[in-house]
Design a protein around this ligand. Sequence first.
Ligand SMILES: Nc1ncnc2c1ncn2[C@@H]1O[C@H](COP(=O)(O)OP(=O)(O)O)[C@@H](O)[C@H]1O
Ligand SMILES: [Mg+2]
Length: 645
Amino acid sequence: MKIIELKEVNKYFGVGNNKICALKNINLSVDKGDFVAIMGQSGSGKSTLMNILGCLDSFSSGSYKIDGIEVANMDKNAQAELRCRTFGFIFQKYNLLTSLNALENIALPCIYYGMNDKTRVEKAKKLLSDFELENRSDNKPNELSGGQQQRVSIARALINGAEIILADEPTGALDSKSGEMVMNIIKNLHKKGHTVILVTHDKNIASYANRIIEIKDGEIISDTMKNSVLHKAQKERLIDKKSRFDYIRYQIYESFKMSLKAVKTHKMRSLLTMLGIIIGIASVVSVVALGNGSKEKIMENLNSIGANTIIIFPGKGFGDKEASKIKTLKISDAKIFSKLSYVDSISPNIAAQGLIIYKNKSAISSLDGVSAEFLEVNNKKLQIGRKFNVSEVETAAAVAIIDQNTQKEIFGNNSALGEIVIFNRQPLKIIGVMAQEDNFGPPDVNLNIYTPYTTAMYKVLGNHEISSITIKVSDDINSYLAESDLTKILIALHGKKDFFTMNSDSVRKMVESIANTMTILISSIAVIALVVGGIGVMNIMLVSVTERTKEIGIRMAIGAKRKNILQQFLTEAVLLCLMGGIVGILLTMLFSFLFNNFIDDFKMILSLDAILIALFFSMTIGILFGYMPARNASNLNPIEALARD
Ligand SMILES: Nc1ncnc2c1ncn2[C@@H]1O[C@H](COP(=O)(O)OP(=O)(O)O)[C@@H](O)[C@H]1O
Ligand SMILES: [Mg+2]
């Protein structure tokens, strides 16, 4: 039964004048379970033939069938699968991964096979003890002798079954004693049923084989067989039990582990690479947190104006010099408005300054004439006492409500309730004290005293003009519709538009939109930082791929598919970025902790959303900027990569 069949295989290297023919019309078939030695001088084409047999290299023309299947028709993945499951390579220079210990090196092909952790370690341990390496399992290749390294590499070749063992001068770098030991192992493998193809230029080594093929200048010149009676071909093949999901899971887990290892080996470099991402993520998250905090603070203050509130002022707008001459805004307007169904509460405002006197104390204070509903309209609360009632407003009762500043300035810690103060020669009885307000920015240092607007008009000021009307619209009414309706009514009453309105909702919207614009603006600067960070990651990944070309070659030789390599490097890039992102977030947390403890104006608000988005962002950067280097790695030609030092 033929396991390998080559027909008229040619292999050329180079082009034009440099073109050389490394293999000429090779016709060769190998029986299952045979032990073949390929002999020839250096440069005769032995390795070239071996690489073609092991699907590490392509051939220029001819036909190569494994188990009756044409290799030329297979895609790269199918060839990788063959290297993973059917072939076991033993190289002259061992080709172990220097960063892995003996056990991990042996178990490596299982990762590409899709075996789980436990099975892998079990199998690798069994092989270690088969080859008398039990106590070497944790040693890295540079801590092993040549003979030990070669035994590790044989164990690695065998771990996935290796129906066909391809050994390219396996004893070439060994002393005669170790060489003999290795040859005995190979002989035993043949006895167990493995098909063995071995390259050597040494007659003694070749004598272990059942069949010796001599090759010269790329041509077979002799083919001698000792025995036609062969050992029974190995029947046992590994059985696939794993599910596709498990396979992907092991792959991702393994790439993650390998990436972590790679990051650990280059700590400083990884940290510097991450720096860009750290700065980018930290600034994005901080800016969003600062934006959220300040917006919240501003909103809180706007809430003290109250939602759904419309204020009507005389004039064309704030700062209108003619406004004081306009006397059309009247109490009668407010009375008409108060009858509208959508008006929840309303208060005209009459403002004045004056001297407030109590016993031997006096102070400059502002007086506000308001309606009985002014607390509701302005979203204010009383600390103690009561508000004005309707009859007090109708009769211009001499009552007043004072704010906290007045309470402190005039009464100190004593109760003001029931006391009489004099404001502009008018005695006023205090019936309430307003609650302290939590306001943004510098505190209000004015003293404020409120009386019914009638009292202000008829008793205190003797003037009948009002400075504004504040209207609170019912919650279920759109304040913009109310605003336009009020405007229409007032134009009809006044005959022209000699007033302007301010809607608390539009102020709120404006603040919100300014805050959002600022966030977007600063975030886009931070995004630039992230892109720069990403380019740093890409740069270092390209370097990493170049540095590890040999490693990539080895991985491919023992069965890694392109996508495995792609996944590994992509995982590494994503890991770098994700770690950078996490460090960035932690830094922001520290920063906001300090900020919130030392700065009183407003708080930094770190939202879970922002953190998740930042993590997602850093992962995306890893994928975007890691893809190109990872693809470069996966596109390497196995044999060229292996040849690299
Ligand atoms: N990648 C390559 N590019 C160009 N020439 C090559 C390459 N690999 C091998 N050759 C040439 O092909 C011939 C056979 O090489 P090789 O198979 O390595 O010989 P052996 O293993 O028998 O010493 C040599 O002349 C060598 O120079
Ligand atoms: Mg060679």
